[in-house]
Design a protein around this ligand. Structure first.
Ligand code: MN
Length: 192
């Protein structure tokens, strides 16, 4: 784990995304943060991120969270992101890596049920998470299907029972600023 790939892919003179200086500041707290960002890049997807070992372990989930028991959505593992990224909302300039609008869709804390250390679950390729967010509350599982060089495919599965899906309006509302994707795109506050 590390931020090498994250840094290689981005030109921090051109994007307002965090440069990842906080890499070394691994927090000792037992409470681990999760974050989901809605990202309207070349394809709309949700970036599911779990704080582990001083970085945000990250997956791109095209369909977002599943809500019905045993429902599974593809989650493609992507490069680790810096902890600071959890607060990033704004517009990545066109032509830059991941160019498009980013919303802080949900955030909160998570717990891995079967492992003392979330990293064990990651290594094993299967773990259950309890998410305590503003939109996502309940249990999901992460299951690794296939390991390809740098592009592991996982399934994000709803476990522990179905929950009521959030409304369309709530899906398009930032938990950080209350803005819609359209408002974020037109405000462009994080663009340099
Ligand atoms: Mn993304």
């Amino acid at each position: 784990m590390g931020l090498g790939e994250y840094k290689r892919k981005r030109d921090f003179k051109k994007t307002a995304e965090p440069a990842g200086a906080a890499e070394a500041r691994a927090r000792k707290s037992r409470v681990n943060r999760f974050i989901i960002q809605k990202h309207d890049a070349s394809r709309l997807h949700y970036d599911f991120r779990l704080e582990m070992d001083g970085v945000l372990k990250s997956w791109a989930v095209p369909k977002g969270l599943p809500w019905g028991q045993a429902e599974k959505h593809l989650a493609v593992e992507v490069e680790d992101h810096p902890i600071d990224y959890a607060d990033f909302e704004g517009v990545i300039p066109e032509g830059q890596y991941g160019g498009g609008t980013v919303m802080v869709w949900d955030r909160g804390s998570y717990e891995v049920t079967e492992a003392e250390n979330p990293l064990d679950g990651l290594r094993k390729g299967k773990f259950h998470v309890i998410l305590r967010g503003e939109k996502a509350a309940g249990e999901w599982a992460m299951i690794r299907m296939r390991a390809e060089a740098g592009k592991n495919q996982w399934l994000l599965m709803k476990t522990g029972g179905s929950v009521k899906p959030i409304s369309k309006a709530r899906d398009d509302e930032s938990v950080k600023t209350g803005r819609t994707m359209k408002q974020i795109a037109s405000d462009r506050d994080a663009e340099w």
